[in-house]
Design a binder for this molecule. Structure first.
Ligand SMILES: CCCCCCC/C=C/C(=O)SCCNC(=O)CCNC(=O)[C@H](O)C(C)(C)COP(=O)(O)OP(=O)(O)OC[C@H]1O[C@@H](n2cnc3c(N)ncnc32)[C@H](O)[C@@H]1OP(=O)(O)O
Ligand SMILES: NC(=O)C1=CN([C@@H]2O[C@H](COP(=O)(O)OP(=O)(O)OC[C@H]3O[C@@H](n4cnc5c(N)ncnc54)[C@H](OP(=O)(O)O)[C@@H]3O)[C@@H](O)[C@H]2O)C=CC1
Length: 271
């Protein structure tokens, strides 16, 4: 792994104590982008609740969040289990309120459309679109009570397509449509909803040596030639939840070194 993919980068611009007495619900909090979001929000003073399926990953996030200004609590849950995740959102909402919901849990496999079975398609749509709706709807009363906001972690390229990701792009484009529609419906409640589209982010899955050829091609397809860091995604989430984001709603913000304008992904070009 070249060090250029892991160069230290300080993305923090927000002030300490910004989110004291505020509360967040973050899915996929045990790794990668979700963990970075948790750590930044806690650093800024928030009480953050996190979920994901693997308890040991959530425990590690809790360990890293220790000693910071805010708090991190967690419980494992599969966001695709509708009744369980609805109950968890209610439990957290009743206990500590929800000022910020971060729908970050997600993922997919890379495959050309011809190799995606109906079951594979349904799995990716379920995780990346239907579960996002379920969690967001369940959080509505708590967001309304706090005039809160929602950050949906999406993908760069949702509005133009990406090779090898037809199912995931379809799901994320659906989330964008849902985000814009609910931004209209819930504006009267003071709730804002936005999508963040990271480009290539070198989290654990992409950092392994076996994924290196794919990672190199993803970075090559990024005009600025630099992958997105988890910290800059986290800072953007915090910015959107801050008073500075007061009028930002229904947006897709792509944080990707112009990947969404570039040549696109090419690793799945040959079937
Ligand atoms: C310029 C833009 C830059 C963008 C860069 C994008 C980089 C993106 C990176 C990330 O998203 S990082 C996240 C990393 N982690 C993951 O993505 C893992 C996520 N995967 C999952 O959570 C699951 O695999 C799943 C996709 C949700 C499926 O889970 P489920 O338990 O429902 O699946 P299965 O029962 O195992 O399988 C269901 C169905 O799917 C088919 N399938 C699974 N893998 C593949 C594959 N690689 N290729 C083709 N098909 C696959 C599987 O065969 C099953 O279908 P059937 O065989 O039963 O028809
Ligand atoms: N890395 C990248 O290049 C990019 C990633 N993204 C998106 O950002 C988000 C975070 O990804 P990233 O941090 O990179 O990757 P990770 O694989 O590290 O994060 C995905 C997280 O989602 C959780 N998760 C997955 N499925 C479920 C489920 N059914 N129920 C509850 N939690 C679940 C996982 O935890 P657990 O397995 O324990 O359940 C994990 O913590 C995803 O939506 C991803 O698609 C977007 C652009 C680029």
């Amino acid at each position: 792994m070249s060090s250029s993919y892991n160069e230290p980068y300080d993305a923090s611009v927000l002030r300490d104590g910004l989110f004291v007495e505020k509360s967040a619900f973050v899915s996929g909090a045990g790794s990668g982008i979700g963990r970075a979001i948790v750590l930044r929000l806690v650093e800024l003073g928030m009480s953050v609740f996190g979920t994901g399926r693997r308890v040991e990953m959530l425990e590690e996030t809790a360990k890293r969040a220790g000693g910071k200004a805010g708090t991190f609590t967690y419980k494992p849950c599969n966001v695709r289990e509708t009744e369980a995740i609805e109950a968890l959102v209610r439990e957290v909402g009743e206990a500590q309120g929800i000022d910020l919901l971060v729908n970050n849990a997600g993922g997919q496999f890379f495959a050309p459309g011809t190799q995606i079975s109906r079951r594979g398609w349904d799995s990716v749509i379920d995780l990346n679109l239907s579960a996002v709706f379920t969690v967001t709807k369940a959080a509505h009363p708590y967001l309304k009570a706090r005039r809160g906001s929602v950050a949906n972690i999406s993908l760069s390229g949702v509005d133009r397509g990406s090779m090898g990701l037809a199912h995931s792009i379809a799901a994320r484009a659906g989330v964008l449509g849902m985000t814009r529609s609910l931004a209209l419906e819930w504006a009267k409640d003071g709730i804002r909803l936005n999508c963040i589209g990271p480009g290539t982010v070198v989290t654990e899955g992409l950092a392994v040596e076996a994924a290196r050829p794919m990672l190199d091609r993803l970075v090559e397809a990024t005009p600025m030639g630099i992958p997105t860091s988890v910290e800059e995604v986290a800072e953007l989430v915090a910015f959107l939840a801050s008073p500075a984001g007061r009028l930002m709603t229904g947006q897709l913000i792509q944080i990707d070194g112009a990947a969404h304008l570039g040549p696109g992904l090419h690793m799945i070009a040959a079937e």
